[in-house]
Ligand binder design. Sequence first.
Ligand code: NZQ
Ligand code: ZN
Length: 385
Amino acid sequence: MMNFDFYNPTKIIFGKDRIEELDDLIPPKARILLTFGGGSVKKYGTLEKVKRALKDRHVVEFGGIEPNPHYSTLIKACSVVKNENLDFLLAVGGGSVMDGTKFIALASRYKGDALDLLTPDFGLAPVESAIDLATIVTLPATGSEMNNGAVISHKGKKVPIFSMHTFPKFSMLDPSLTFTLPKTQVANGIVDTFIHTVEQYITYPVDGRFQDRTAEGILQTLIEIGQTCINESKNYDARANLLLCSTMALNGLICSGVPQDWTTHMIGHEITAVFGIDHGKTLAAIQAQIWTIRKKEKWDKLLQYARRVWKIEELDEGKAIDLAISKTNDFFESLGIATNLGAYDITKEDIPKILKSMKNNDRTKLSERSNLSLDISEKILLASL
Ligand code: NZQ
Ligand code: ZN
């Protein structure tokens, strides 16, 4: 096992009908910015419940944070925070609202040009503090509710930002808030959680038994509950398991002490940036080809995945791996998510656009060993058509 630090200060408030507890969780004198997306939280009554729970506190609303949240939208929220002297941010929504709120927390306190915050790539944002934030999750997918990362869109790029000051103080996880999700968003969330898990698991072995078994537990749970989550929109237990999996898959636990390979996400982000395809959908479209092309490098863990997650007993190791890859695709397809780029009308002629964007954003040395070059990404993309 490799050396690691594990730190996660976010308090999780899990279960149904707990919005009333907000009053005890947020400091009494807090001046709050309530952030949300395009209107689902208004339509389904969540925002109203939150406002009621906040009683007579000073609350200002900022809606309209779009999927793949834009710098230009978020910077407007920073002006509201400064003008109204607000000191607590409460995000109600999915990954985009939570990520956007993390950026608002950083940029509102930052004395320099807020664009500086977009420059460190995977390094830490150059800040000494941020405004306290908390989240109420409505879409199980990104894990943003229990991590310190955010992905912000600016000028056709999706930029990752990180800070030790953007862990939510608390996150409220109520599975019943996910009942109103369209099926395609539930499926996106299952795929996103699945891919987060395999990107911290299918690398090379370092005898991280706890991490491996935990990752396998998340994957097996997703396979067990996937169909129920899609077909039974009000199945509380299925949604509770999904929500817990998505939060635990990207909170720093299963990546501790093991190698990580974020190739799927790095290529997927570029596909979203160029073509606007939902985050989860980009991942399902390319994962199988990444594994097929990197089979040799990932042999041991792919085989472990085949044996332990899919229970494949085929003696020929190569065939067992191929079977596990095709079962993964079958699983995504069964959720209604395509496993090729052609399904989104992306053609051979479009691949150079994605590669150009990858080159511009320095995504030229990917994988657990930083040896997945742009040439290999090209092969992956062409094979994914
Ligand atoms: O905007 P509203 O009207 O709220 O509608 C949203 C949005 O259209 C809707 N929705 C959310 N909760 C709902 C609901 N509709 C009905 N009922 C509900 N309960 O769903 C749509 C998609 O929402 P969005 O927040 O964009 O989806 P998701 O949670 O998948 O977040 C995707 C974003 O997170 C980033 C992605 O890059 C993308 O920008 N990621 C963030 C990560 C992180 N912070 O750690 C890691 C991820 O890998 C990912 O990159
Ligand atoms: Zn993701």
